[in-house]
Each structure stands twice: as C-alpha cells, then as structure tokens.
Design a binder for this molecule. Sequence first.
Ligand SMILES: NC(=O)c1ccc[n+]([C@@H]2O[C@H](COP(=O)([O-])OP(=O)(O)OC[C@H]3O[C@@H](n4cnc5c(N)ncnc54)[C@H](O)[C@@H]3O)[C@@H](O)[C@H]2O)c1
Length: 247
Amino acid sequence: MNQTVPLLDGVHAVVTGGASGIGAAIVRKMSEAGASVAAWDVKPPEASTFSGLDRAVEFVEADITDPQSVSAALEATESLIGPVHSLINNAGVTRDRLVRDMSFDEWDTVLNVNLKGAFVTTKIVTPGMVERKSGTIVNISSLGGKVGTVGQANYCASKAGLVGLTKSTAKEFARFGIRVNAIQPGLIDTPMTAALRPDIYDKKLQEVPLRRAGRPDEIGDGCVFLASNMSSYITGVVLEIGGGRNI
Ligand SMILES: NC(=O)c1ccc[n+]([C@@H]2O[C@H](COP(=O)([O-])OP(=O)(O)OC[C@H]3O[C@@H](n4cnc5c(N)ncnc54)[C@H](O)[C@@H]3O)[C@@H](O)[C@H]2O)c1
C-alpha cells in the first residue's frame, strides 16, 4: 500500500521567497503534505512553478524588509487561506565580495533581507500565533553561517545572525506553544550554484561526505518535518541538511 500521511493537513503556511528556487520547492513539499500555502515574494512565480499540485498556491506580493508591505501581505493571506500557522523565512540574497572591496550598500542589502526580513515577518506574524497558542517558524540559514566563507562576510554574518534569532525567539515564544527552528542547507543544486565556476563547484562537492549536491526538495522535506507534529518536542535547533558537509 502506497499511502502518505498528510503531515500538514489543515496547516496554513507562508513561505517567503517562495516564488523560485529552494522557496518554491518548500512550497511544493508543504502543499503536497496537505498545507494551504501562500508564497510571499517581491516577484511572481513563473506560470509552471506550481503546476500539478492538488491545491492552488497563493502568490502574495511582499517585500520582507518593509513592515508595511508585510502587514498588508498578512492581511491578504488571511483572507485567502485563513490564519497563518507556519512561517518559513526562506527569502535571501547574496552580494559576494571580499570585505576590502565590499560596499556599505552590499553589506546593508544582505543584512536587511536575510536577517532583518526574518525579524520583520516574525514580529508581524507571531501575534496571531500567540493568540492561538500554537505555531511553527523555520528560518533558512546556511552552513556558511556556521563555518564562514571567503567573500561572503555579509551573507555569513546574516546567516549566523538567523541562528541567534532562532534561539532567542524559540525561548521567547515557547510558552505560547510556538516552536522556532532553523535549517542550514549545504551545497544545493539551484541556479545560484549552477552559476559557480566549475572548479569551485567541484571543490565544494569534494567536501560532501554523501558525494552529491542536495536537491531543493530535500530542504522542503526538512521544513515539512519542522512544521509538523513529527517535531513537536523540537525547538531552537539548527538542522543541517548538507550531506555531512562541515559537520
Ligand atoms: N542555493 C543554495 O545552495 C543555498 C545554500 C544555503 C542556503 N541557501 C538559502 O536558501 C534560501 C533560498 O535560496 P535560493 O538559492 O533558492 O535563492 P533564489 O535567489 O533562487 O530565491 C530567493 C527568493 O527570495 C526572493 N526575495 C529576495 N528578496 C526578497 C524580499 N525583500 N522580500 C521577499 N522576497 C525576496 C527572490 O525574489 C527569490 O524568489 C536563501 O535564504 C539562501 O540563502 C541556499
């Protein structure tokens, strides 16, 4: 018998940066697991991104660095799918450069989207969760935030900052039945990694004990787990999904 348990049946979820890449894979996995999902993004998904799913995915325009935009997105989302039970903070950007060449703008842009953005959405989405005394948040960090990467000081600082945000908010919101966890993806096959120089990609691949890059849907599986009751006694942890890289 091939029967999958709908782990997220009845769950209403928001995935930031959900229109493309890993975010879109998270949306698909959560939808397949039974959730009603809204993809928040600054740009709409391509027409085929969510084709073939049993239930429609709602696209809601949102700039997570802007509290007004996020408040409006939450209102729109609640009228489309109902109260938000699960928030996946996935949106992220890179502006890679050595510190000596990095502009203040490049620093600010990355910190604003990757770190402040997760604070803004957490601050605006959690009052409803507090009222209902339940909810889950998953922050998509990066293994770069654990070990640091040359040329990515802004990115790695933002991703390490997300771990601090995760642990503080896990403690702050635990008494309201809200669990907050982080995922640190390793080398995942996306347009971002496809653009890497082949020799750099191969060097990274050699660091992976499982000897392959990860797939975006494998990050989605982690989100399904952390948003579901399968992880009901897990909060404040950082789940590394990296094939053993940098352990
Ligand atoms: N690709 C990897 O190998 C890898 C590894 C570790 C961590 N990550 C993290 O996973 C997440 C997704 O990465 P990806 O490779 O899919 O990137 P991506 O560029 O394909 O997708 C990021 C999405 O975020 C959206 N976005 C950007 N700024 C936004 C804003 N202000 N408000 C709302 N949405 C915004 C973009 O429009 C885009 O759809 C990021 O946080 C990234 O740091 C990726």
